[in-house]
Design a protein around this ligand. Structure first.
Ligand SMILES: Nc1ncnc2c1ncn2[C@@H]1O[C@H](COP(=O)(O)OP(=O)(O)OP(=O)(O)O)[C@@H](O)[C@H]1O
Length: 264
C-alpha cells in the first residue's frame, strides 16, 4: 500500500512560516537558514535528532523567542502549547487548571469552569476528576487536563512538544486519537514534535524531517491516507516508504543497508 505521497510540502496559504531562520546561542549555531511552511489546517509532524532545534522552533512559533536572523510569520490569533510534562499548577484542581487560559482571557468564572469541565469529560475524564488536584491524577490523566487547558482557549495554532513521551503505548494511542480528532473537528493547525516516526504517521498529515544540529529541513512529505485508515499495516508501509528515503536515513541515522545509502 502506498501510504506516502512524496512531493515536497507546498502550501498557498500557510498558517505558520519559519523563513530563513538562523539562530545562535553563544557561539553555537542552533538553526541554520531554515525555511518551513505549515499549511493551514491539519497537523505537521516535526521529527529530528536530539538537539536539532525542534523545541527552539516551537518557542519561536509561540512568540517566546525571536530568531537571530530570518523571521517567523503566523496569522494565528490564539496559540496554545502542550509539553512532555503537563505543567499543571499543583495547588489548583484539574478543572481550574483546564480553565487557566480562559481566566487569562478574562472569561467569567462560571463560564470558564463549565467549559473546562465539559472539555475534561470529552477527553475521557470522569466528572469527579475535575475536583482532583494534579497529584491525585495519573500521568495520562494529567496530560488530558493539559490538553483540555490548551483546547479551552480555542487555539488557531496548537504546538505539541513530545506530549506523550512518558505514557505507555495504549494510553499514548488513545491520546494521539484525541489530539487528531480535536484538530480535525476544530479546523485548527498543529505542529507536533516527536522522535517517533510511527507516531508521526499515525497522528499527522504532513511530516518535516530535520537534520542537525545545526537544524535544517532535510525532507518533507504529506501522508495520503485518511485518519481512519491508519491501521498498523498501513503505518508499517508508511514507515518502510520513509526509510527508503536517503534524506530520512541520513537525518535520523537509520539502519538501512549500506548499498541503499550509497544509492542516494
Ligand atoms: N537556553 C539555552 N541555552 C543554551 N543552549 C540552549 C538553550 N536552549 C537550547 N539550547 C541548545 O539548543 C540546541 C537545540 O535545542 P532544542 O531543545 O531546540 O532541540 P530539540 O531538537 O528540541 O532537542 P530534543 O529532541 O532533545 O528535545 C541544543 O543544542 C540545546 O542544547
Amino acid at each position: 500500500m502506498n501510504l506516502i505521497a512524496l512531493p515536497a510540502v507546498q502550501c498557498s496559504q500557510p498558517a505558520l512560516v519559519w523563513h530563513g531562520v538562523t539562530h545562535q546561542i553563544g557561539r553555537t549555531v542552533i538553526l541554520d537558514d531554515l525555511t518551513l511552511e505549515v499549511p493551514a489546517g491539519g497537523i505537521l509532524a516535526l521529527v529530528g535528532p536530539s538537539g536539532c532545534g525542534k523545541t527552539t522552533l516551537l518557542s519561536m512559533a509561540a512568540g517566546l523567542l525571536v530568531p537571530g536572523r530570518g523571521r517567523v510569520e503566523t496569522d494565528a490569533g490564539h496559540v496554545a502549547s502542550m509539553f512532555q510534562d503537563s505543567r499543571l499548577l499543583p495547588w489548583r484542581r484539574a478543572r481550574d487548571n483546564a480553565a487557566f487560559g480562559l481566566r487569562c482571557l478574562g472569561v467569567p468564572r462560571r463560564t470558564r469552569l463549565e467549559t473546562a469541565q465539559r472539555l475534561l469529560e470529552s477527553l475521557g475524564l470522569a466528572p469527579e476528576d475535575g475536583d482532583k488536584f494534579p497529584h491525585q491524577l495519573s500521568g495520562g490523566m494529567r496530560q488530558r487536563v493539559a490538553l483540555a487547558r490548551a483546547l479551552a482557549i480555542a487555539p488557531d495554532l496548537l504546538l505539541l512538544d513530545e506530549p506523550f513521551n512518558a505514557l505507555d503505548t495504549l494510553l499514548r494511542r488513545d491520546l494521539q486519537d484525541l489530539v487528531r480528532n480535536a484538530v480535525t473537528e476544530r479546523g485548527m493547525t498543529a505542529v507536533f514534535v516527536t522522535h517517533d516516526l510511527t507516531e508521526a504517521i499515525r497522528v499527522c498529515d504532513r511530516l518535516a524531517v530535520m537534520s542537525g544540529p545545526p537544524g535544517r529541513v532535510a525532507f518533507t512529505t504529506a501522508f495520503s491516507l485518511a485518519a481512519d485508515l491508519r491501521d498498523d499495516a498501513s503505518v508499517l508501509a508508511g514507515l518502510r516508504s520513509l526509510w527508503a528515503e536517503p534524506a530520512v536515513v541520513e537525518a535520523l541515522g537509520g539502519t538501512l543497508p549500506q548499498r541503499r545509502r550509497g544509492a542516494a
